[in-house]
Design a protein around this ligand. Structure first.
Ligand code: THU
Length: 155
């Protein structure tokens, strides 16, 4: 698979990808984002098909805000240790707006995603909405964060 693939319409995606996006969209209901009013949801599919979702959680002390991706990744680690993560979807919309707006995992989330990928020695496919309403499928966390910090450096 190529590192990145783009799709102009959601209908061009396979049914599993559409389902994953749908679950991430549903998860935005639980976004707590009174400050940014930017509702982000993510969905992770495990090897056995289990779906784990998460949404961004903000705080009046702004630096404590947590992105949807990390909320979801940490939930998987804590609740399904050892289960392989196959795929992830990330979506966002502005408060009181139905239509999705582009959202790409921030650098911190890419680093956490990379560690999850390295722990399981298997790639994690990520799908997100990019600019110009194009869906972007990334074949791995590594493709999203080349030259990311590797814990092996600490050994
Ligand atoms: N946010 C995410 O949850 N994921 C992203 O990929 C980008 C940003 C959140 C963090 C904050 O709550 C709000 O969106 C605005 O940055």
């Amino acid at each position: 698979m190529k590192e990145f693939a783009t799709f102009s319409h959601i209908e061009d995606l396979d049914s599993e990808s559409k389902y994953r996006i749908h679950k991430a969209k549903e998860a935005t209901v639980h976004s707590y984002s009174p400050y940014s009013k930017f509702c982000v949801g993510s969905a992770i599919i495990l090897e056995d098909g289990t779906v784990i979702t998460g949404a961004n959680q903000e705080n009046a002390s702004y630096p404590l805000c947590m992105c949807a991706e990390r909320v979801t990744l940490y939930a998987v680690s804590a609740q399904f240790p050892g289960k392989r993560i196959m795929k992830m979807a990330v979506v966002a919309h502005k408060k009181n707006h139905k239509e999705l707006t582009p959202a790409s995992p921030c650098g911190a989330c890419r680093q956490v995603l990379l560690e999850s990928e390295q722990r399981q020695h298997r790639p994690i496919e990520v799908i997100m909405l990019g600019p110009e309403e194009k869906w972007i499928k990334c074949s791995s966390a590594h493709s999203l964060l080349p030259f990311g910090f590797d814990g092996k450096a600490l050994e």
